[in-house]
Design a binder for this molecule. Sequence first.
Ligand SMILES: [Fe+2]
Length: 274
Amino acid sequence: MDHETSTGHVTRKTVLRAALAAGMAAPAVLMGVPALARTLTGGEEAPELTPTCDDGDDPTPAQMEGPYFKPNSPRRSSLLEGNTPGVRLTVSGYVFGLACRPISGVLLDFWQADTNGAYDNTGFRFRGHQFTGADGSFKLTTIVPGLYPGRTRHIHVKAQAPGRPVLTTQLYFPGEPRNNTDSLFDPRLLMTVRDAGGAREAAFDFVLNVPQNPGPTPTPTQTTQPPGGSWAVGTAYRAGDAVTYGGAAYVCLQAHTAQPGWQPPNVPSLWRAA
Ligand SMILES: [Fe+2]
């Protein structure tokens, strides 16, 4: 867990994500974020802009590797082989450093279960690694992983910028019933997923703990708002519960027990602005 985020100051990105979650038009001043702005569009292609990321103050949290990682996966961005059964899925996004700059040449090694929830532990089905492009982007072509006992739906990934430590984590799907009962589930690792003609298109942006020279300072208008309010760690919230945090009101979208870093609007899957 990354406790840097538990201070809970409202950032440019979290404001934008909250706006997205609430279905609101994000303030224009926040919209210089193509990788996120893309998730706003209802099927249109993203504008071809250089991604400018966000404040980068909350690196993607780590998660356990689990028992099924294998080294030496093949280099490939598509895990489909022939007529692989399963619902087609693409996962695309960017990898950023701490100053919101995209990182090229990042190793992304994905592994996941097949449509029946089984890992290939003898071969390399549904295992593959790739490197981010010059703009920090990646795209994985695969299927929606099946469920297996004890876990909600997820994709494993290791991300490593050149010369930096490996981040091992997992990506999750919104709207999965088991998200509420899987103790590993972390809503900060939810992908944005939409239907695309029987297939699924997911988006996720990684922020790696990689120092970078800061670029232009993001608009600081929201960063001085002090945290605080009725939201409290350890509270078991239910859908519909109302809290205040950082001077704003939020409504709970999904039952959960509050943990550091999950405060609104950090986690759009859990809280929407009231
Ligand atoms: Fe797994």
